[in-house]
Structure formats: C-alpha cells, structure tokens
Design a protein around this ligand. Structure first.
Ligand code: NAD
Ligand code: 89Y
Length: 344
C-alpha cells in the first residue's frame, strides 16, 4: 500500500477550484489543509472538498502542518514569498504559471529552491493536454522528418476579464498569461530557441497591457516557429481554449485542428487522428481540455516527488521559457531581434 502524500493548497480562488478537484481524484494524496487570505474562500474550499484544516496565514500553515508538498495557485506576485516560506520548511512546491513577474524573480526562486535542496515545479499544463502529448509522440516517431516550421495559434474573444479581473490591470498581459503556455509548448515540440522577435498590440481599450502578440522563434535545430495569440478575436465558434496550428518537417506536415483533430500528411498518405478529452465528472466545456491537463500536471509532480526526479517543467527548466518571455517583451519594446539568456 503506497503511503499518501500530505499536501496543502495556498490560494483558493478561481483556478484553484480545478486544482482542488484534481487532488480529490488522487488515492495517494491527501490535501490536509487549505489557506487563503480570504477566510471565506478557504472555508468554502475546505467544506466542498472535505479538507480538515483552514488557514488565512501561510506562515501559520507551515508552522503547524507536516507537509510532503504545497500547491500554490495564487497569482504570481505572491510566488516568491510563499515559495520562500515553503523552502524554509523543506517543503516541495508546485507553483501555478506565470512563474514570477520577471526573469530575475524566477532566477531568485530557483536559487532559493536549490539552496534548500527542495523540488520546485511550475504548473505549466498545456504540454500535459492529451492533444499535445499525442503531437509530441508524432514528432518523436520521426514521421515528419527533420522539423522545419511550426505555428501555434491561440485566438479568442471570450470575456477573460470576468473570471480573471486582475488581467485588466497587468502591464505584462497576454504574453505572460497565455504566451508562456505557447512558449513552453514551442520548447516542448521544437526544442530550445536562440532568437526571438515579437510584436504586441493593445486592441481593447481600458486595459493596462497588450492583448495580442506575435512571437517568432529561431530554434537550435534550425526550425522556425511562430506563436500568435489574441484576446480580441471575434470568431464564431470561438475556439477557446484550443491551441491550433501546424508543424512541418522534411517528410510531412501535422495540422493541429479544432476539436482535438490532428491531420497527418506523411509517407504519401493522410491520416486523421482524434484525440479526445478524458471523462471526468467535474469538468465542463469549454474548459475540459485545460481541466483534464491540471490532473495530468499534478500526477507528473507527484510521480516526480515519489521517484526523486526533476519534474519536466521544474523551476530550473522553466527559466528557459521565461528567458524567451523576457526576450519577447524586450523585442516588442525595442523592435530588435533578441538572443535570449541561455541556461545550461
Ligand atoms: P484568483 O485571484 O481568483 O485566486 C488567487 C487566490 O490566492 C485569491 O483567493 C487570493 O486571496 C489568494 N492569495 C493571494 N495571496 C495569498 C497569500 N499570501 N496567502 C494565501 N492566499 C493568497 O486568481 P486565479 O484566477 O485563480 O489565478 C491564479 C493563477 O492561476 C494565475 O496566475 C493565473 O494565471 C493562473 N491560471 C492558470 C490557468 C492554466 O491553465 N494553467 C488558467 C487560469 C488561471
Ligand atoms: O489565464 C489563462 C490560462 O492560463 O489558461 C486559460 C486562461 O485561464 C484564460 O485564457
């Protein structure tokens, strides 16, 4: 019988509900405490998910509980102090994206985790979607040959501000919010990138940051990828929250179509591959694809802890993603092609 890992969730807001549903699926994990500055949110989470103890102070949580890990789905501004508390108590951490407000803060958090010798993973869930697991399998199979080109596209007009009102006020908006997912996917599918060009737009009025952007990446393997994303696209049906696109190689092309449909042109033939979502009682459209991937991401974190291995989207690994993000903002501001910081 596997021992149950004891965890706590700090931050019981909008997206944390998916984390809490996810953890409730695990036989080998018990969430023993929740914490939120807002007592009502923490109490509601404890009641809905049958969690024993409630805190409004992370300090008190760490001083009282004996934890195997902590899950921190707060917005990024709190990540550095909260992760620091966890490291001081020797507790492994999974942090929601975005990792931190800038690359320097990401580096400080990674250094603190390494100094404490504690596992740190970033909850970067797009690469854990069933669809992108399958896309990666096809790339790895070699059927496309040597990769030459990729496009990843996220364009929607949903009212993202209704569930996530803080997005109205952030100066670094869509690259930080959705761009990070696509930058991570680009690394996952095409490998590391050594050049970044970016153009941003603010289309909606009354917001602080950019709500559309295009990023062009030059990858070490010679491939070029283009990532385009927008919160100001009027389209019916709205594809939210799907990432669409295509990947070309010397031997074939893979189209990432709507509804989880992949079309593979290779070896003189065309194949259509349907990649369904999982079936979970608590998920609902249009969020199912993302909600499923939350559970896959959590599973990867727990398995990594149990096996004592570095998670795929560890803090250290994610520095490369956030270096691309930093380079994208620098490129947009300067109009120049930027060579991002590299991490060994
Ligand atoms: P939210 O504001 O609804 O929730 C954050 C919660 O954290 C709030 O309840 C707040 O009171 C609490 N909190 C803040 N500081 C705290 C502290 N020091 N101690 C305890 N509690 C604290 O935010 P949200 O919309 O749920 O977003 C959270 C994060 O999830 C964001 O970074 C967002 O980008 C990310 N997100 C990720 C995905 C995805 O697909 N991976 C989707 C949506 C949101
Ligand atoms: O914040 C965004 C994310 O990370 O995934 C979807 C989202 O919640 C809205 O586009």
């Amino acid at each position: 019988m596997t021992t149950r890992l004891k965890g706590a969730v700090i931050g019981c807001g909008f997206f944390a509900q998916n984390h809490l549903h996810g953890w409730a699926e695990f036989d080998d994990v018990e969430i023993v405490a929740v914490c939120d500055l807002d007592d009502a949110k923490a109490k509601a989470a404890a009641e809905i998910f049958g969690i024993a103890r409630v805190y409004t102070s992370a300090q008190a949580l760490f001083e009282t509980e004996v934890l195997d890990f902590v899950d921190i789905p707060t917005t990024m501004e709190m990540h550095e102090p909260l992760a620091g508390l966890a490291f001081a108590h020797g507790v492994p951490v999974i942090l929601q994206k975005p990792f931190a407000p800038d690359l320097d803060a990401c580096k400080r958090i990674v250094a603190a985790a390494e100094a404490a010798n504690v596992t740190l993973m970033i909850h970067e869930d797009f690469r854990f979607q069933n669809l992108f697991r399958k896309v990666r399998d096809i790339v790895d199979s070699g059927e496309l040959g040597r990769l030459t080109f990729g496009r990843l596209s996220w364009r929607t007009g949903i009212n993202v501000y209704a569930n996530q009102p803080y997005l109205v006020h952030v100066k670094r908006f869509i690259i930080m919010d959705v761009g990070v997912h696509l930058l991570d996917l680009a690394r996952f599918l095409f490998g590391e990138a050594n050049s970044v060009f970016c153009r941003t737009q603010q289309i909606k009025t009354g917001i602080a940051g950019e709500d559309a952007a295009i990023v062009l990446l030059g990858h070490d393997n010679g491939a070029t990828s283009i990532l385009d994303f927008s919160y100001a696209t009027k389209r019916d049906p709205d594809p939210f929250p799907q990432t669409l696109g295509e990947i070309e190689g010397t031997d074939g092309t893979l189209i990432i179509g709507a509804g989880g449909t992949l079309t593979l042109h290779a070896n003189g033939a065309t194949r259509t591959i349907a990649v369904p979502h999982d079936c979970r009682g608590w998920t609902s459209e249009p969020w199912t694809q993302i909600q499923d991937s939350v559970v896959h991401t959590q599973r990867h974190f727990i398995d990594s802890l149990r096996r004592g291995i570095e998670p795929a989207t560890s803090g250290r690994d994610s520095l490369a993603t956030y270096a691309l993000l930093e380079a994208a903002y620098l490129s947009a501001a300067s109009g120049a092609l930027i060579h991002p910081d590299r991490f060994p």
